[in-house]
Each structure stands twice: as structure tokens, then as C-alpha cells.
Design a binder for this molecule. Structure first.
Ligand code: 5GP
Ligand code: ZN
Length: 121
């Protein structure tokens, strides 16, 4: 899709720091890292959101997970890492091209959000 930021990164029209690439996946460092290691993995096929997935996308999404494992290995994250898909408005998705956040290099807590305190009045 011409106007999509991540499609433009895949096409090389916008520079990125590549970590890994194969036939169906591209992985690059996030421009605004939220952990010592923060990599984005994207399918080369433009799919906006989880809700847009078709049964025929199972292979590419499975491949994305296997690529995440390869990136974890490549970057030496032997102590683990977190994988996040922000999806839709409530999920905090800003770029409408499915992407897997791979975050590592620190010990993380759970849950990753705070419920707001109930109002006292
Ligand atoms: P979302 O909030 O949609 O789950 O995540 C989008 C991610 O893309 C954010 O973490 C943001 O920092 C990253 N991002 C946005 N624009 C660019 C860019 O031009 N280059 C790179 N490498 N990352 C970007
Ligand atoms: Zn796209």
C-alpha cells in the first residue's frame, strides 16, 4: 500500500536499521525504543490489523513468529523477551500495518498497564 509507513520502509523508501529479512518478513529497530532491545517484525504483505487476517494469512503469521525466534537468537536474548501486538485503538496501535514488537534486555513486570483508581466521589 503506497501510503503505508511500514510498506514504505519495506520498499526502502524510508530508511531503517534492518535486523533480519526473508521472503515474507522484515525486522528492524524501533525508532523510539521502549526497552534496551526493541525490534519490530512486519509481514511484507500489507495487513492493517488482526481483524483483517484471513485464513490464508496463517502461514505468513506463523512465519512471523518463527522469525521472532530467529531475531531473539540473533540478538542473544537467551534470558527471554516480550512479544506484543498492539491492535486497534484500545490496543494502542498507531501504525496500521500489523507489527510484532520484540522487547528485551531487561526484566519486565506484569501486567504492563495500571488500572486507574476508582473515583472517590
Ligand atoms: P504501535 O504503536 O503502532 O504498536 O507501534 C508503532 C511503532 O512504530 C512505535 O513503537 C514507533 O516508535 C515505531 N515507528 C514509527 N515510525 C517509525 C519509523 O519511521 N521508523 C521506525 N524504525 N520505527 C517507527
Ligand atoms: Zn503496509
Amino acid at each position: 500500500m503506497d501510503s503505508c509507513l511500514f510498506c514504505r520502509i519495506i520498499a526502502g523508501e524510508i530508511p531503517s536499521r534492518k535486523v533480519y529479512e526473508d521472503d515474507s518478513v522484515y525486522a528492524f529497530y524501533d525508532i523510539n525504543p521502549q526497552a534496551p532491545v526493541h525490534v519490530l517484525l512486519i509481514p511484507k504483505k500489507h495487513i492493517a490489523r488482526i481483524e483483517n487476517l484471513e485464513p490464508s494469512d496463517a502461514d505468513v503469521m506463523g512465519h512471523l513468529m518463527v522469525a521472532a525466534r530467529k531475531v531473539g537468537d540473533l540478538l542473544g536474548l537467551s534470558n527471554g523477551y516480550r512479544i506484543v501486538f498492539n491492535n486497534g485503538a484500545d490496543g494502542g496501535q498507531e501504525v496500521e500495518h500489523i507489527h510484532l514488537h520484540l522487547l528485551g534486555g531487561l526484566k519486565m513486570g506484569w501486567p504492563p498497564y495500571q488500572l486507574s483508581a476508582p473515583s472517590s466521589n
